[in-house]
Design a binder for this molecule. Sequence first.
Ligand code: ADP
Ligand code: MG
Length: 417
Amino acid sequence: MINQAVHTLNHYYGFSSFRPGQEEAIHSILNKNNTLMIMPTGGGKSLCYQIPSLVLDGTAIIISPLISLMNDQVEALNATDIPATYINSSLDGSEQQHRLNEMVNGNYKMVYVSPERFETPHFLNMLEKVDLSLIAFDEAHCISQWGHDFRPSYRSVVPSIKQLSQQPPTIALTATATQQVIHDIKNLLNIDSEHTVVTGFARENLKFKVIKGVNPNDYLNDFISTHLNDSGIIYTATRKTTDQIYETLKEKGIEVARYHAGMSKEQRQEAQAAFISDDVQVMVATNAFGMGIDKSNVRYVIHYALPKNIESYYQEAGRAGRDGVESECHLLFSPRDIQLQKFLIEQSELEEEQKRDEYQKLQDMIAYCHTTHCLQGYILDYFGDRQDFDQCGKCSNCLDDGHKEDMTKEAQMILSC
Ligand code: ADP
Ligand code: MG
């Protein structure tokens, strides 16, 4: 069957070989094992459930957290004549029913659904009538309350699936998993360690840099004016800052788009499309932008302010250089940003224990900004993936070109946080 998988890779995707880990994960699922795939963003996780879906008889159900992500995947599959669809709340009732009927008739190889579908008995009844090839949990960290993007609805899919009369193999895929999250996913979905495929978290083409003690606007202006032909993302912590930077760059004549949750759906789609198709070079956005975006030539990701944790940071920064070409990931650090992140934790509706957990993650994020060791190495340590990695040789600490300054005051703030 693995030969069929290679054939499918060539035929439908036009790729000549698998990337590290892909073949192993595909092999595991084709042998009907519940499988966990941990691979960095841009590593190629989609193929790991799509190829088995194509090789096996029946229909695969893919659980996906975002409607836009489902649309993109289905569009890409349909473009190569693969019968796939999505069923989610963006469709009206009759269209949903139509697709459910087609699903039961076996007319799709892949059906993308939101986790909320499993809360409707009607969907579960229809699912009983489908010949299932596999069930995939894309962005599987959403299943774990230890994950940085926990969705209760994701977790509640699990008991529904366990009650199905058919028990097809399950594959869980994620880029961002701490040991705790991995443990949780494996327990919930009954995945053995021998069927857990971990490919390195190291992204050798990314140059990490922490910048301190500069005026962030001056820094941004300098950077962008020397990278006018490059595609890049600037992440900010608030909608207001996104708007401000957007306006400033626009006034300077830079082709720029913006994206945040305060904009209408149409505005967001338009901005995203302009960026993806290279009509604009720069995207200024909050963390609402990016999940599932497949743009390979992003040359830089600048964090204008401190992100809330390393998981978020690595996922966002990891959107640079998906094509393997050397790319920059800069973080502008100011101790003031710590207050905002603390405020957001305080304001959240998390339980006390989870808040403590978030504070700890914030501390680890701040520590990243202060470490004098290799930045890529620090991130790998954080994910427990440091084997065989010494130093990247290209981050601001390895090159010693970050801005050093007196840190006594900052250190005190960290201790009190
Ligand atoms: P992930 O979900 O891990 O972030 P994707 O599945 O979106 O990554 O894949 C990222 C990019 O890598 C896509 O453009 C995809 O076409 C490409 N890709 C995946 N596997 C291969 C492969 N074996 N050879 C070449 N390109 C690949
Ligand atoms: Mg993906």
